[in-house]
Design a protein around this ligand. Structure first.
Ligand SMILES: Nc1nc2c(c(=O)[nH]1)N[C@H]1C(S)=C(S)[C@@H](COP(=O)(O)OP(=O)(O)OC[C@H]3O[C@@H](n4cnc5c(=O)[nH]c(N)nc54)[C@H](O)[C@@H]3O)O[C@H]1N2
Ligand SMILES: Nc1nc2c(c(=O)[nH]1)N[C@H]1C(S)=C(S)[C@@H](COP(=O)(O)OP(=O)(O)OC[C@H]3O[C@@H](n4cnc5c(=O)[nH]c(N)nc54)[C@H](O)[C@@H]3O)O[C@H]1N2
Ligand code: SF4
Ligand SMILES: [Mo]
Length: 697
């Protein structure tokens, strides 16, 4: 029997055709009839079978007693967690219990619907998520410029002729904040009919596909981007289109970008001024063009200011809200109605006074909030689908801090570097046992489409999905916290309404009037057409702020930025067959050549006396790791790259088979972009030296 669903492993939303026989997955292939992905999948999709069948996937709640893990029934586990939370909050205060929500929650309908309800009931200010080690700059810039944290303009990829990719490697990541299946074909098409430019310190797989690669010095994007805008202003290249009528503060933007001379910009970025000016001219003149920046731009020192300047470039060059430029999606289930517009700096973190964003604090302050004594100190934590020991800077020390907690509960089906320290693990159902609807990624997609995926398999006995877990926790918490009966009744009712029914309501009220019945009749999904102009009607305030004060103020910090010196800096690296910190134990994704290697330019390796295939020690003030060296001319001089997401500190059945697994974040110092609070994960200075084999053995 053939079953259809959307893959939930990354943001590309590929349609899957799953052949099932006697309750067993026979094959997973691309669904050619999916109107969006047209049959494309990547090798990771097959891991859904491995995950589903993995005998080491945890299937029952596990309570830790010393070294032993004791299986306990679900109702007992839920009650245990709720009682612990309430007792802790009564003994100390509400902030004593914290929550961290990891990346897979955005790929999980149940979590999307019920985790926020549970979180609100905690009434803690200590809320964290993977967003602050990832895309806070995008969300904050959207909030400050357009008025909603998820009003992010998306490249009209299938209709543009010039595309600039800065700090993203879609050929490995399959795209991010730009949902589009089969990016290789889509990017090749742009390259063949127009021009594709990649700005990245490494000549990535994507850069190799492009006509033009500019090897930028990590962390200097804000300088390059201000140079592009400077060129527009100086050369009368400011578009005179409709955007001007609803945008304000153009002059302030002009003043900001006039601060740095081309010579200064060239020294920071190490990109020749002629290349910058040629690209600026070409971009301004191209009728259909878009500038896109992703993780490498966001997770650096000037992440937010860089993302702001990217928006400004698209606006000022007349590419905003225009077919063939960047446009806002118009999803069938409007996410913007579900999620708050956002807010900023309503309160600050206790120890370092970081401003909150949309109710969350930067992940980089989790450790100090656990370790610093006093009222509001974190004593208990729930980790929902995440692995902060590996994903947050200075992970090894966070791991130590987590062990000081009175109470750690993890919602995860594996014992990763974080969950192995839990007092209780709540394991959700396998991804194939739950239904799915992409609430987030239709809001970030290059085309409006809609699809509902029913569960591929019925829920196995005793298996709960994430949504059920958080709904049950919310009900128990409300009862124990003696919340008003009306609220408890509402929660009990919510718990009984299936996610599919909630989606049906949202669709009915949505702009396309799609019904759940239509979705069930169209299991491959429905195409709703290309993105279309919507501004300014869709902007909450009806206008765009071209130069929010927060980013203008960042100029002072940029002026203090020292010129790059001879030192080495490290950047992270993703591989098509990895998925953040998980799936590393799936055999077909970890066979072949060891990918756990330090990429370094051969001439740099020679200077440092490093042999290809030898070992090197990479150090910062935070820590030291020993890695295999792989020389590669794709690296810019003075820049090395390491995969992110591995260590050998998970439980053995969850670890990969590669030798020399190390976690990059064990050496990344705990620091954030002062403007946004997002962690700085790229462009970090490192010392590198050769390790003799003899010493190592
Ligand atoms: N140095 C460096 N650090 C980085 C990055 C980088 O590029 N460089 N990238 C950052 C980015 S972009 C991100 S998003 C973060 C990610 O950081 P995290 O979100 O903290 O980590 P993940 O590896 O995504 O966590 C996945 C965990 O969730 C579990 N899981 C998977 N699916 C489900 C599910 O459906 N339900 C439940 N309950 N659990 C599930 C997996 O078993 C795994 O243990 O890391 C960030 N850290
Ligand atoms: N296969 C696979 N796919 C994934 C993931 C995965 O782990 N594996 N993770 C998913 C997640 S959570 C996310 S957020 C997305 C991320 O999606 P992408 O943003 O496409 O991720 P990366 O491949 O890390 O690309 C970041 C690029 O930025 C470059 N870079 C580093 N520092 C700088 C800098 O200072 N300036 C510039 N211009 N470039 C810089 C790096 O060399 C790298 O090529 O991928 C998602 N998809
Ligand atoms: S590209 Fe992403 S969504 Fe598509 S099959 Fe691979 S992991 Fe799944
Ligand atoms: Mo991410």
């Amino acid at each position: 029997m053939e079953k259809y669903r959307t893959c939930t492993l990354c943001e590309a939303m590929c349609g899957l055709k799953i052949e099932v026989n006697n309750g067993i997955v026979q094959s997973i292939k691309g669904d050619e009839k999916d109107p969006f992905s047209r049959g494309h999948i990547c090798p990771k999709a097959l891991a859904l079978k491995d995950l589903h069948e993995d005998p080491n996937r945890i299937r029952t709640p596990l309570l830790r007693e010393g070294e032993r893990w004791i299986p306990i029934p679900w109702n007992q586990a839920i009650e245990w967690v709720a009682r612990k939370i309430v007792a802790l909050q009564q003994r100390y205060d509400e902030d004593a219990f914290a929550i961290y929500a990891g990346n897979p929650n955005v790929h999980n309908l149940g979590s999307m619907l019920y985790l926020p309800t549970f979180t609100r009931l905690l009434k803690t200010r200590n809320r964290f998520s993977a967003s602050s080690v990832d895309q806070w700059p995008h969300q904050q810039v959207a909030f400050h410029m357009y008025g909603h944290q998820f009003l992010v303009p998306i490249p009209d990829l299938d209709n543009l002729d010039l595309f600039v990719i800065m700090g993203g490697n879609p050929l490995a990541s399959n795209g991010s904040m730009m949902t589009a299946p089969d990016l290789r074909t889509r990017l090749k098409t742009i390259r063949d009919r127009g021009h594709l430019v990649v700005i990245d310190p490494r000549q990535t797989e994507t850069a190799k596909l492009a006509q033009e690669h500019l090897a930028i010095r990590p962390g200097s994007d804000a300088f390059f981007l201000s140079g592009i805008l400077r060129y527009f202003f100086e050369n009368n290249l400011i578009d005179q289109g409709a955007w001007q009528s609803y945008s304000e503060n153009l002059e302030a933007l002009h003043t900001f970008v006039s601060a740095f001379s081309y010579a200064e910009i060239e020294r920071h970025t190490q990109i020749p001024t002629v290349d910058l000016q040629r690209l600026a001219q070409r971009f301004a003149e191209a009728p259909r063009a878009a500038w896109y920046g992703r993780v490498g731009v966001s997770t650096q020192k000037f992440g937010a200011t860089s993302q702001w300047l990217i928006q400004a470039i698209n606006l000022v060059a007349g590419k905003f809200d225009r077919p063939g430029g960047v446009l806002f999606p118009n999803p069938a289930a409007p996410l913007l109605n579900f999620i708050s517009k956002g807010h900023f700096d309503r309160w600050q973190s206790r120890v370092s006074k970081w401003p909150e964003f949309s109710g969350e604090l930067p992940l980089i302050c989790l450790r100090e909030e656990i370790e610093t004594e006093g009222p509001g100190q974190i004593r208990g934590l729930l980790v929902a689908a995440g692995n902060p020991v590996v994903s947050n800077p200075d992970g090894a020390r966070l791991e130590e801090a987590l062990q000081k907690l009175e109470f750690l509960v993890c919602v995860d089906f594996y014992k990763n570097e974080t969950s192995r320290h839990a007092h209780l693990i709540l394991p959700p159902a396998s991804p194939l046992e739950r239904d799915h609807f992409d609430l987030i990624f239709h809001q970030l997609a290059i085309r409006n489409t809609v699809k509902y995926s029913p569960p591929t398999f019925p829920r196995s006995e005793g298996s709960w999905d994430d949504g059920q877990i958080y709904a049950a926790l919310a009900c128990s918490l409300a009862r124990l916290k003696k919340r008003p009966w009306k609220e408890r009744l509402r929660l009990a009712y919510m718990r009984r309404i299936s996610p599919a029914r909630q989606i049906a309501w949202a669709l009915k009220r949505g702009p396309h009037g799609v019904s759940m019945k239509a979705l069930r009749e169209n299991p491959h999904g429905i195409d709703l057409g290309p993105l279309e102009p919507q501004a300014p009607a869709n902007l909450p305030k009806g206008k765009v702020d071209l130069a929010p004060a927060r980013y203008l103020a960042d100029l002072e910090r940029m002026k203090k930025e020292p010129q790059p010196c001879a030192e080495f800096v490290v950047v992270g690296r993703r591989h098509l067959l990895n998925n953040n910190s998980w799936l590393r134990h799936i055999p077909h994704l970890t066979k072949g050549k060891n990918r756990m290697t330090l990429h370094i330019h051969p001439e740099d390796a020679q200077t440092l006396n490093l042999a290809n295939g030898g070992l090197a020690q990479v150090s910062t003030q935070t820590g030291s790791i020993t890695v295999l060296v792989e020389t590669d001319t794709a690296m810019a001089r003075g820049v090395v790259s390491l995969p992110y997401g591995f260590s050998d500190r998970a439980e053995p059945e969850t670890n990969s088979l590669f030798a020399h697994q190390v976690s990059l974040n064990d050496i990344i110092p705990l620091a954030a972009d002062a403007c946004s609070g997002n962690a700085i994960l790229n462009g970090v200075a490192v010392e590198i030296k050769a390790v003799s084999e003899a010493k190592n053995t």
